[in-house]
Design a protein around this ligand. Structure first.
Ligand code: PA5
Length: 471
């Protein structure tokens, strides 16, 4: 049994020896990739802390910020019953993933004393009008603190939510609302900076060089985590521990570099889909966070030199064991276009014994006396076996247990795997021109000043033909 903070990346079933020669990789293929891996490693190390790679410094450079976050969090915890994050993309997916991993799975349904004194927690990313209204139906405004998180301060979804919240706060408390809002945004740029100055909100900075999907270990994620009572020092220590493993230049010893190598080889072999399949409800939203990180970072039309790329691997989320009864048939017998990553704790934080009963029905009775722990683990091992038997590439990440340290390791591992893979693909891992295009088109459709040309471009697109619409 490994210790609770252990992190193991098991890639046996990516190799020909285990998954068969047709699909699996030979150690010689990995060895042949060494020059490219060395280059990717050197590129990432050279970028450490520079440009949009400021996230690599986050495990080390936040001493003062962490103290300020803890102070703010303790004030919020003492005065509020509801803590609401307004944000989208990295500003929402990271806080949700860490909350789900490290708080009680039914946190919001528990009384406050069983929540460790933490407020109820909501992350509002979508702008579904029914959801916006639903939030106000469940919170009590006088007991709520809103954390508005946006690096640009211009994201329509987040700023629309901000306007909705401000409208209610001002109607209730006039100008006396600063206590209800904490802003997390860029140090100098953007609209939220102006609003912080105007309204007097407490604020935290998203450091330069930290993009949305790489921001969970800065105040974007650390403030909500601290409000929830999560050990934020542990998260950062875990990230630093993974960074230490990733300082190893030898790809056979660096887990994120090996994972990147296998991802790169898989993509070259036409495996254009990667499935993230945690076997733990606590890790289910880690898949959502990973999907943004992998999809937005690697899905690119051009290489760094401007030549066509059209690369990326479509991330898909699944949940073990639930999706064994939904998606696994496809993964086992469908096209050979996927790599499945299992993600699981070696030890669950609870043991639950399946009671004995139904002794006269052996098909059911055999379960009695086992534990749910044994059942979920057996199902993961069995699914891994079935996939491997049908020659499907798969690998497994095993955490000692789900705790702040291993979650910090996991977040940083995926960030490093993404950075190495992007370097091997020769793309800009840290931009998102495809997202910006959609943001700009939204501004144009809603008549924002400065987007008149974009509106004309949209108006000029061919009108949809009614005869191609049924119903
Ligand atoms: O990774 C990214 O940068 C994006 O997905 C952003 O997180 C998302 O678009 C929200 O942007 P902002 O923080 O500017 O509101």
């Amino acid at each position: 049994m490994n210790n609770v903070n252990s992190f193991r990346f098991d890639y046996n079933n990516m190799l020909a020896e285990f998954v068969g020669e047709k699909e699996g990789f030979q150690p010689s293929e990995l060895a042949a990739l060494k020059p490219e891996l060395d280059k990717a490693y050197a590129t990432v190390e050279a970028g450490r802390g520079k440009g949009m790679m400021g996230w690599m410094d986050l495990p080390y450079n936040q001493g003062e910020i962490v103290a300020k976050i803890k102070d703010c969090a303790s004030r919020i915890r003492s005065k509020c019953e509801y803590f609401v994050v307004l944000g989208i993309g990295g500003s929402a997916l990271g806080p949700t993933a860490v909350f789900t991993a490290l708080c009680h799975l039914k946190h919001n349904d528990l009384p406050k004393e069983k929540r460790g004194g933490a407020p109820k927690f909501y992350v509002e990313d979508n702008v579904d009008p029914e959801r916006m209204q639903a939030l106000f139906d469940v919170i009590e405004l006088d007991k709520t603190v809103f954390n508005i998180i946006t690096k640009s301060g211009a994201t329509s979804e987040t700023m629309a939510q901000y306007l909705a919240v401000m409208d209610r706060l001002k109607a209730a408390y006039g100008e006396n609302i600063a206590d209800h809002v904490v802003a997390t945004t860029d140090a100098k740029k953007g609209n939220l900076v102006k609003l912080v100055a105007k309204e007097g909100f407490e604020s935290f900075v998203i450091p330069d060089g930290v993009g949305g999907r790489f921001s969970e270990l800065c105040p974007v994620g650390l403030l909500p985590a601290a409000v929830l009572g999560i050990d934020i020092d542990g998260l950062l220590e875990g990230a630093a521990a993974m960074d230490a493993k990733c300082k190893e230049a030898d790809y056979t010893k660096n887990p994120a570099l090996m994972a990147a190598a296998l991802s790169y080889l898989s993509m070259q072999k036409g495996k254009n889909i990667c499935v993230m399949m945690p076997y733990a409800d606590s890790l289910r939203y880690m898949s959502d966070w990973f999907c943004q990180l992998w999809g937005e970072s690697l899905g690119k039309a051009v290489h760094l030199d401007g030549s066509p790329a059209f690369v990326g691997q479509t991330p898909v989320k699944a949940l073990g064991v639930t999706d064994q009864h939904s998606q696994v048939q496809l993964y086992t017998e469908g096209p050979f276009d996927k790599v499945i990553t299992f993600l699981a704790p070696e030890a669950y934080r609870t043991e639950y014994v399946i009671p004995t009963g139904c002794e006269d029905i052996p098909d059911v009775g055999f379960l009695g006396g086992h534990t749910f722990n044994e059942l979920i683990t057996a199902e993961r091992i069995a699914t891994e076996y079935a996939l491997t038997k049908s020659q499907r590439l798969n690998n497994t990440i095993l955490l000692g247990e789900v705790n702040a340290n291993t979650v910090g390791q996991l977040l940083y591992f995926f960030e490093m795997q993404t950075a190495y893979t992007g370097a091997m693909l020769g793309i800009d891992t840290f931009n998102q021109p495809g997202v910006e295009e959609g943001k700009n088109a939204t501004y144009a459709l809603l008549g924002k000043n400065g987007y008149e040309a974009k509106k004309q471009e949209l108006d000029a697109k061919p009108a949809k033909r009614a005869d191609y619409i049924i119903g």
